[in-house]
Ligand binder design. Structure first.
Ligand code: HEM
Length: 453
């Protein structure tokens, strides 16, 4: 089977075994639940001052445990299917998974003070997992002969992942014993912009060009729009890295501008591309969609993209105030709002598709096959969205008011969001066709199903 209705030209021949993306997808909600427990346990402590170990822990449970875990699972699936680049040594994905889970789990425990000696080792485990992922999946995508903005965007995201790990690992030494080389704020600034706009933003934008027209039957995007977003993001990732390299070689003559300010200015094009132009293009396209049925995952896209300009505005505000609440609010809205909501919504679309494709599609014509949308009740997805949005709003209030009670309720809601996600992912993974009813004489006309959604 090389293509499915609505999948256009995508080649599915070389899709990896279901188990590989599935282990990443089913683990991501566990990190969300852990983040909820961390908030419940620490109250405002995890939402108070950046650089506090509990804040760094909460941040990386979100960015690595939830976002990166899901994005790595998705890239294992997309490398062969979208970029036409089969991942070599695909079974190594299990090792990547193991190292990454161990790293994130140890990091959370050590930053919570339960195993304080392990902070650096945890960052090393995480880096080893990511480098192994890049050496296999990354190299396959870089070598792919497929052209176009989606693959170019995936390459930019992978380059950013490499850079953010190298920066993170260098910073980890300074973070552990407080012996930071150079300017901490400067390094952190570049780490955050490369991670959020290059890795997370780069992949979200690249994937959206492909899946928005495919899933929601919108018009195709123009090459100009895609190139503008890609060009802005690339410039905003390269310029701050260039400032970093220049200041490492020799302190540049900056005419009174601090290196941090130069790094912020350098990152501006990426902020424009990812948090302004991209949401504008996608939301405009979604309004022109031909499929009028309101798929719940569409709501996630609409909400996440609406939060993108707010994320950009908060990023600007952090440059003009010393109030740590502004930085925390920016991190909260960027990670749990803009990116978190889009990734949550994508899971609700991708997991049913994978289950349907691997388990049911091969039996079309031989037995009644459910439509993809019937595998996951809309009400469950909407309930998850409700929990996610309430935790986002309450978290913002907790940051603004520094109220431990509100923080704990936020923690409970974040935990419940993770639990709801885990519940329906497990429900989907347990769905299998009833092979007893396979009937050689069963005709496709009789079932009238076999549609992908
Ligand atoms: C999507 C990936 C990532 C994102 C979005 C991200 C984001 C962030 C953010 C927002 C902070 C500031 C938190 C705070 O100060 O409280 C931070 C700090 C830090 N990150 Fe990451 N990060 C990512 C991946 C990584 C990785 C892979 C490593 C290491 C291998 C790493 C190492 C660090 C370290 C050591 C700090 C603390 C620096 C310091 O304050 O001294 N990060 N990161």
């Amino acid at each position: 089977m090389s293509s499915l209705a609505g999948m256009g030209h995508l080649s599915l021949d070389q899709a990896p075994p279901l188990a590989i993306p599935a282990i990443f997808f089913v683990t991501a909600p566990v990190a969300v639940m852990a983040a909820g427990l961390l908030l419940l346990w620490s109250g405002t402590f995890a939402l108070q001052l950046y650089w506090l170990p509990s804040v760094v822990g909460l941040t990386h449970l979100g960015t690595l445990g939830f976002l990166t875990m899901t994005m790595m699972g998705a890239l294992y699936q997309m490398a062969p299917v979208v970029a036409g680049a089969p991942v070599p040594f695909i079974r190594l994905a299990h090792l990547v998974y193991l190292l990454f889970c161990l790293g994130v789990a140890c990091l959370s425990l050590s930053l919570m003070g339960l195993w304080p000696g392990l902070i650096f080792q945890s960052f090393t485990l995480i880096s080893a997992a990511i480098l192994l992922f890049l050496a296999t999946t990354g190299v396959a995508i870089v070598k792919s002969k497929t052209q176009g903005e989606t693959v170019a965007g995936m390459r930019l995201a992978l380059f950013s992942l490499l850079m953010l790990v190298l920066l993170g690992l260098t910073m980890a030494g300074g973070f552990v014993d407080n012996s930071f080389l150079g300017f901490r704020q400067f390094w952190l600034q570049i780490h955050i912009s490369t991670a959020l706009m290059g890795w997370v933003g780069g992949l979200i934008t690249a994937v959206s060009w492909q899946i928005i027209p495919m899933f929601y039957l919108t018009p195709q995007f123009t090459a100009v729009g895609k190139k503008v977003v890609l060009g802005l993001t690339t410039a905003g990732i390269i310029l701050p890295l260039a400032v970093l390299m220049a200041s490492a070689v020799a302190p540049p003559n900056t005419g009174g501008w601090s290196p941090t300010m130069l790094a912020i200015l350098g990152a501006l094009p990426a902020a424009l591309g990812v948090w302004l132009v991209h949401p504008y293009l996608i939301l405009r396209n979604l309004n022109r969609r031909r499929r009028k049925r309101l798929d719940p995952s569409l709501r996630f896209w609409q909400l996440g993209l609406t939060l993108a300009p707010l994320t950009g505005a908060l990023a600007v505000i952090t440059c003009f105030t010393e109030d740590p609440r502004a930085t925390l609010l920016f991190g909260w809205v960027a990670i749990w709002g803009w990116a978190g909501i889009i990734v949550h919504g994508m899971l609700s679309r991708i997991v049913p598709f994978l289950i349907w494709f691997h388990r049911f599609a091969p039996h079309i014509g031989r037995m009644p096959v459910p439509a993809m949308r019937n595998l996951l009740p809309d009400a469950w997805v909407k309930f998850g969205l409700g929990l996610h949005v309430s935790s986002l709003v309450l978290g913002a209030v907790a940051i603004a008011m520094r109220d431990p009670g509100v923080s704990r309720v936020t923690g409970f809601l974040v935990f419940s969001t993770g639990l709801s996600l885990l519940h329906w992912i497990v429900h989907l993974l347990r769905q299998k066709p009833d092979l007893e009813v396979v009937d050689e004489g069963f005709s496709t006309d009789e079932q009238g199903l076999g549609r992908s959604g």
